[in-house]
Design a protein around this ligand. Sequence first.
Ligand SMILES: NCc1[nH]cc(CCC(=O)O)c1CC(=O)O
Ligand SMILES: [Mg+2]
Length: 330
Amino acid sequence: MTQAAFPALRLRRPRRHGWSRAMFAENVLTPADLIWPLFIAHGDEVEPIASLPGVSRWPLARIAERAKEARDAGIPCLALFPNTPRDKRSDDGREALNPDNLMCRAIRTIKDAVPDIGLLTDVALDPYTSHGHDGLVDAEGHVLNDPTKDVLVGQALVQAEAGSDIIAPSDMMDGRIGAIRGALEGGGHVDVQIMAYAAKYASAFYGPFRDAVDTRGLLKGDKKGYQMNPANAEEALREVAMDLAEGADSVMVKPGLPYLDIVRLVKQRFEVPVFAYQVSGEYAMIEHAVAAGAADRDAMVLETLMAFKRAGASGVLTYHALHAARLLGA
Ligand SMILES: NCc1[nH]cc(CCC(=O)O)c1CC(=O)O
Ligand SMILES: [Mg+2]
């Protein structure tokens, strides 16, 4: 590429005026880029989550209001996470298969009230197990891949039957995308999508989420035996290749900002829709920085979300979705 030299070349020239900055923008962020995660309470009260300031668990009676707010702000899709009552959690997580569990009731409640918003539902056993792991555990505490995969298939089917639009397995078992895709096809759910949490890292940024779904106190050990090592990037490409080959419609990288290099690598290598999850610890870092007077919330939210777009993401799951969508729509 040939280009002029200074002073003919002045890269500041187009930055002088707002209209010009807008015209030269290489990426845009819109409310349609945002997926809003919502936590469902099992009781009747709104339950603020102390480690996730500004985020609450919503009872079923209030969940449709949130869906309407999201739709009215231009958010295309919600991600749902249930806080299963402790007495319904068990070693085998069988409540995940109950077609009347909190997740399935939330799906039906939202679909009845707001049929035109998309619903993405998490597939993994952690909100349902008494040990807090995403799968079935053997006597040594090892999470068993193949038996877990079979349960996840059943979990995906009850969610699809309740009306989920996008099944999002966040469990990191090998082979579950193919098994779930096969079951969805066999069950007549040919248009239900799969967004695979393909490159999900064993991260220190999930703490507040574990409070939100009440697994922090239950979790025995850690998830390093199935989630990825933060040292690895090549392996993320193998994870993505595997999930695409098994029928994923889109893939996710998680956490978000510390793994933007992975978003970029995946996008360049595969040219498929890539989503990023700006996770609970990332949200909390921003909120605590704001509370400490170290940052401007609106600017920081919009800048971090734009960074995902620049890296190549098709969209972002973020607890700031409603706030950001309203800023963008204003
Ligand atoms: N299936 C577990 C799951 N699904 C989404 C998140 C984290 C999301 C967040 O931190 O916002 C986790 C946490 C974990 O793996 O322990
Ligand atoms: Mg995998």
